[in-house]
Design a protein around this ligand. Sequence first.
Ligand SMILES: Cc1cc2nc3c(=O)[nH]c(=O)nc-3n(C[C@H](O)[C@H](O)[C@H](O)COP(=O)(O)O)c2cc1C
Length: 233
Amino acid sequence: MYIEAIKERHSVRTYKEQKIEDETRVLLEKKIQELNEKGNLHLQFMEDADNVYNKLLNKAVGLGSCPSYIACIGKEADDLDERIGYYGQILVLYAQSLGLNTCWVGTFNRKKVKASIADHEKLVITIAIGYGKNQGRVRKSKTFDDVAEVAEVTEAAKSELAGKDQIPAWFRNGVECALLAPTAINQQKFKIRLNSDGKYEIIDKGGIYSKVDLGIVRCNFEIGAGLLNADQL
Ligand SMILES: Cc1cc2nc3c(=O)[nH]c(=O)nc-3n(C[C@H](O)[C@H](O)[C@H](O)COP(=O)(O)O)c2cc1C
């Protein structure tokens, strides 16, 4: 279900005015609660977006308005942005599987956010959520070779693998899903390295909201690579 959601998801920037139906909203709220516990976060579903998004602010990228949004909030910590990206992306994919559409939105009107933000908490970003007027569209993407770095395999391993793909399928699948992950201004400024000990690393190459991007990309990678079990999603 999550793999399909990764493949089907695109940022959607025009929404119907219709609010999310009760049944769906209950499921969404339940998932938010679970993810808040797992990630030690304070994500909040805000049914009424008021003027959190407006055309003027988003003129350059085109997000019109959206009836509802998720306020992505958590206690200040060095890894807060990355955790928001990671757990927020699980939520985005879950929402997609419920027939909703989303767009991560860093350009929004902070003053209009009515979510509760406790002392030492920070509002990092928002996710627009609702029923899209369309499903978004396929965009340009970097390729496997642009982002993947695979350590040299030893001579012994090479002869064992002779004739076979020397890159394991789980790593290829992980990178393919990472390439479908949303990143701010579609920057895709990351590298994914497979070390000679078989472990992988995702490296952030900087840029706006790059730590949020890193968490989002890690989420997609781990799902694609089959590294997460149902309890973790
Ligand atoms: C951290 C982050 C911030 C974003 N901020 C905005 C934004 O302010 N306005 C907007 O329209 N899209 C925003 N986006 C959506 C990206 O532009 C979009 O994910 C990217 O172009 C890739 O397209 P896709 O999501 O359809 O794969 C943001 C995405 C991320 C991950």
